[in-house]
Design a protein around this ligand. Structure first.
Ligand SMILES: [Zn+2]
Ligand SMILES: [Zn+2]
Length: 335
């Protein structure tokens, strides 16, 4: 079991493991060891994972057997667990609650030898469909406020020791602070101008074109003006929508093509860089969070791709500032 603790100084929530038996030797810094022998995520090894919570399967195939294109399973070593009550409470100055939530693994392909960018667009579309289905299902759990969907590609980006192509999904009882900050800024902009900040930025970037990396009928990929990381990318739907789960089939098709396209460009330009990919979605609209009255109009869901080719130093951790040696205009040109 874990606890969620709130830092009184920064407002940040931290997941802290509840254990009294820590062996310091377990935390000795060690080089990344790759699991080379057995992979629980490969087709025919389905029995090695917890039972699937979602899969896209060939007609006639059985759950937890072969015959799938995408499979979602609970993480066998989760940071948060779905059982139990939240038990929100205080301890003097400090706020904490039980580590209730869900931690799931989206297995992006039955094959061991392919990365996300090497998949066909149709296969990437199935991965997107799996995320939609899981988010729609988790929204029914009233304890959950937010689902964070993300991918760690490469060891420097915190990837799993197993090299099979996967992404992850963390269902949280609180909205992450980084998302909250974005929501507040979007709401303030909307209050002043009665327009969506993301729609406005997208319009300007499409007109100027100097930071545009790729574009199709429904999506645009750009290098954000204040990119924190070299070759950072922002993918935006061209039609305003606050919630990713309302994506249409036509948009799924377009998103799978542009995502494949930009990931291939990154890999061609930077030689298989480690990266983090995340979905920045709106939180679930719970009765208690009624203070986001304009969220449907002011927030615009998007994807972030953050290549991890520079090291985060003490300066970044301490200040929250980032130093980026590659201007986004140059990154856009290279890509
Ligand atoms: Zn595998
Ligand atoms: Zn918008």
């Amino acid at each position: 079991m874990s606890q969620m603790r709130k830092d009184v100084f920064s407002g940040r929530w931290v997941i802290v493991e509840e254990t009294t038996t820590v062996r310091p030797s377990d935390f000795h810094f060690k080089k990344f060891v790759r699991e080379t022998t057995f992979c629980p995520f490969c087709e025919t090894n389905e029995a090695s994972t917890p039972p699937e919570v979602f899969a896209i399967r060939k007609p006639g195939s059985r759950p937890n057997g072969p015959g799938w294109s995408v499979r979602v399973v609970p993480n066998s070593n989760p940071r948060l667990r779905i059982e139990g009550e939240l038990g929100r409470r205080g301890e003097g100055f400090h706020d904490l609650m039980n580590g209730v939530g869900a931690h799931e693994i989206v297995i992006e392909t039955p094959r061991h030898d392919q990365n996300l960018h090497e998949l066909e667009a149709g296969q990437i579309a199935d991965v997107i469909r799996a995320f939609v289905a899981r988010i729609v299902d988790l929204e029914r759990d009233k304890r959950i406020r937010y689902v964070l969907a993300y991918k760690n590609q490469g060891e420097e980006a915190g990837a799993h020791t197993i090299t099979h192509a996967i992404s992850q999904l963390m269902a949280l009882p609180v909205t992450p602070r980084t998302v909250k900050t974005k929501l507040m800024i979007a709401r303030e902009y909307f209050a002043q101008k009665e327009r969506c900040l993301y729609c406005d930025v997208l319009q300007q970037e499409l007109t100027q074109g100097k930071r545009l990396v790729a574009e199709n009928e429904h999506f645009a990929a750009l290098a954000p003006f204040a990119s924190r990381f070299p070759f950072e990318l922002l993918l935006l739907p061209k039609t305003h929508n606050s919630a990713f789960s309302r994506i249409t089939e036509v948009q799924i098709d377009a998103l799978s093509r542009i995502l494949r396209d930009v990931l291939r460009k990154l890999n061609q330009t930077l030689g298989e860089p480690p990266y983090n990919l995340s979905l920045q979605d709106r939180p679930f609209l719970r009765p208690r969070s009624g203070y986001w009255t304009t969220i449907e109009e002011d927030f615009h869901w998007h994807l972030e791709v953050l290549p991890q080719i520079t090291r985060i130093s003490g300066f970044e951790w301490a200040s929250g500032f980032f130093y980026n040696p590659v201007p986004p205009e140059v990154a856009a040109k290279c890509l």
